[in-house]
Design a protein around this ligand. Structure first.
Ligand SMILES: [Zn+2]
Length: 496
């Protein structure tokens, strides 16, 4: 590790200096003492003599940042993290970012900071951390406020549901029935429960009656009908959190909340609870194309199969067969899932048969015991170099070496140590690879056994198994291709 010492006076230090103490000198010996104890390779010392507030009046810091960007150091050693930058968060931000982006550690007598480690970053970036915490608290308070309002029976959503308009009574948000729309709601529930009509039949019926929807026309959609059937507002309830939201990376996703808040509302219902309840029963018995969430995994290739256009492939059932189709409708022709699975299993059997031969070959080439011997020799040499480094510190202390001479020698030895450590790393990787190869050679027969009984697995097991060996399969097929005329390319988890 190449380390640069950075020294800078604080305001208190300037006070002390009035009493004749050379703070930079005393800091320097403290840090060198630490370096000796920990066997650090000090390759430079920077002394900030001017004590300006802003970054641009600190020439040593500027040259330090420049050298960090040119990969001169692996770590900075300083008295405490405040020495790096205390003038304003913006400036501190530039400094810390440069350290972080170049993987440079900050070492102080108390602690080693790795800015690529989240918790360390929070420590240094404490101000923005607090701001984020506050934001979360505000969000939570707002959410709690909304939940309290719902529990009071208030209707807190932006839009009134069809059949109602939003009103405020005694400062409480609630709904008022719109009589002519309420009649249509009653009609929809009646058709659904008592006349055995589905959403499609109901939309036709409403159109023929000329019933006006929320957008002011008669183009009712089946989605609207289904949403009405499942909305507890119509028997006089209010709800909150029907869906749960979660942020993954930068994307917000939502799922059905199995335990939403549903309580009696302040408003009057349009239908009875009994009728609403019956409608839910009818809905659960009626054949619906199940949503992916309800059906669990029915596609053994879920999550691994992509069309060549980049979109996922999905399963489409018709009276003849279950086909795998591009969800983007890019023009790639679909294929019967059975053909695709058969092809995959066939390809996998071939792949692993060849892979085991390759691995055995590689294993012979890797004369592991030789590598172990080399590793031992290098370790001994690194130890010797470290002893030489220790000598340097003694020479510096005894003033046999000047600081300049010390740095010069220390740099040479540290370069040598770095080279040895690189070689060591390479050898260790080789030994490690050999280990992985050994493990894989043991794993492959197990995989081959499962491939042989693939047909007997459940869909969920098939999916789990394929995901354990394959990262991604890409599907290629032309629009006018014959049924078996498709290509698959694989991104495998295990390869040589
Ligand atoms: Zn496609």
């Amino acid at each position: 590790m190449r380390i640069c010492i950075y020294l800078r006076k604080s305001r208190e230090d300037i006070e002390k200096e009035k009493n004749g103490i050379d703070t930079l000198q005393s800091h320097e010996s403290t840090l060198l003492e630490l370096a000796k104890k920990k066997q650090y390779n000090i390759v430079a010392i920077k002394r900030e003599v001017v004590s300006g507030g802003s970054l641009y009046s600190r020439p040593e810091m500027l040259s330090l940042l420049d050298e960090i960007e040119h990969n001169s150091y692996d770590a900075i050693l300083c008295m405490d993290i405040d020495r790096l930058g205390r003038a304003g968060m913006k400036e501190q931000g530039i400094i810390l970012e440069t350290f972080r982006d170049n993987d440079v550690l900050i070492i102080t007598p108390e602690k080693v900071y790795d800015l690529n480690n989240d918790t360390d970053m929070l420590h240094t970036d404490i101000k923005s951390f607090i701001a984020r915490q506050e934001l979360n608290l505000i969000k939570k308070r707002m959410e709690n406020g909304r939940i309290r309002s719902v529990k009071d029976g208030q209707y807190i959503h932006n839009m009134a549901p069809y059949g109602y308009k939003k009103i405020v009574v005694n400062k409480l948000k609630t709904l008022e029935t719109i009589p002519e729309q309420a009649e249509i709601i009653k009609l929809i529930f009646d058709m659904y429960v008592n006349q055995d009509k589905g959403a499609i039949a109901i939309t036709k019926e409403l159109k023929s009656l000329g019933a006006i929807n929320a957008s002011g026309n008669s183009n009712w959609s089946t989605r609207t009908i289904k949403a009405i059937i499942h909305n507890p507002v119509y028997y006089g309830a209010v709800y909150y959190q029907k869906r749960k939201y979660k942020t993954v990376g930068n994307k917000m996703t939502s799922t059905v909340n199995k335990k939403p808040i549903i309580v009696d509302g302040l408003h009057e219902g349009i239908i009875t609870y009994e009728l609403y309840h019956k409608a839910q029963e009818v809905a659960s018995n009626r054949y619906n194309v199940p949503t992916r969430e309800e059906q669990g995994i029915v596609n053994p290739l879920a999550g691994i199969m992509k069309c060549s256009c980049g979109y996922a492939m999905y399963l489409k059932k018709n009276y003849k067969a279950t086909r795998l189709d591009c969800s983007n409708r890019c023009g790639a022709r679909g294929t019967n899932i059975i053909r695709v699975e058969q092809r995959i299993i066939q390809d996998m059997k071939k792949y692993f048969k060849n892979l085991i031969v390759d691995f055995e070959q590689l294993n012979d080439d890797n004369k592991t015991s030789d590598n172990f011997k080399k590793i031992e020799i290098i370790k001994v040499n690194i130890e010797k170099k470290k002893q030489q480094l220790n000598k340097l510190y003694e020479f510096l202390e005894q003033e046999i070496y000047s600081t300049e001479l010390f740095l010069e020698r220390s740099k040479i030895i540290s370069d040598e140590i770095n080279k040895l450590q690189d070689n060591l790393g390479e050898l260790e990787l080789k030994v490690n690879d050999a280990d992985i190869i050994q493990q894989n050679i043991k794993e492959i027969p197990k995989i081959q056994n499962i491939l042989d009984i693939y047909e007997t697995l459940s869909i969920k097991e098939k999916n789990m198994f394929l995901k354990s060996i394959i990262n991604r399969i890409t599907y290629y097929k032309n629009q006018d291709a014959a049924p078996d005329d498709f290509k698959l390319s694989y991104d495998m988890k295990i390869s040589n």
